[in-house]
Design a binder for this molecule. Sequence first.
Ligand SMILES: [Fe+2]
Length: 319
Amino acid sequence: MLKPPTDYSHSKAITVSRRNFLKSGMALAAGGFLFPYKTFARECELTTDDIEGPFYAEDAPFRSVIASSDEPGDRFAFSGTVFGDDCETPLPNTVVDIWHANNDGCYSIFETCTTGNPDNDDYNLRGRVMTDENGSYAFETIRPGFYGSRPQHFHMRMVAEDGNELITQVYFEGDPNIEADSWASHPDAEARIIPLTQTETGYSGTFDIQLDARPILSTDDPWKPLPDGFALFPAFPNPFNAVTEIRFNIGTATHTVIEVFDLKGKPVKSLSEGLLKAGEHMAVWNGHDKFGNPVPSGMYVIRFDTAHFSDYQKVVLVK
Ligand SMILES: [Fe+2]
């Protein structure tokens, strides 16, 4: 669904405070399991938020090239690394979503743009990528144009694996419109004004992001045996679209719970609960919650809990 355009004055950026983060950590504990976070030694300067603006579209496609090769404007290579709240640990699997104006300062979808969008792309100059194992992201696009009195800018939305998110904007050094722009000239925006580098094909810019978020360390060692014949096997398929199967072994008859949680530790659906005999078992999840409603795309946690042993694994629902 696309959000209708709204006035800037009604725009609201999402700020995730440390207090909120701690709350979500408590939610995990209440959910009965804890992700094994690294210990972070020091505070650092987290990337600040900025207004979302009226032109955000949900469900932008996952792609790194967001401007057609025929799109008017200077080509722009935009990249960086997403770090966690120690400003050092890269955050893999963070969704980085960007959107920006075309060379004439026009936003497709919400505005009738008389230039640009040579491919009639519904999501022109919009796209999402997921950071790699090093926390890196990269987009190929064009340099955004000016509109109104605003400086040129990229809009960005980041959602980390642990569910924390940040909406912000990135500006460019030397932009004459920064000084009079209340958002870009705010002291909090200083670290978001990046240098432009001229390249053979246009420009490039680097923007590293420090999120108030922490990595979820992988527990996805395949075929991880548990003592006494207990085992939780990798879900298949994973990522999945329709259903995923979770096979597990029980070493001795015991009360067993297989339950799906979201990344904030909120229960989504119980797949199996009761006394199970020793042996091989399987649970199936169809991507629906306990009310039978489909849940959004994203990462979920399957928890395997018995009187003797507990374990969990991550699955990714892709629609
Ligand atoms: Fe904008």
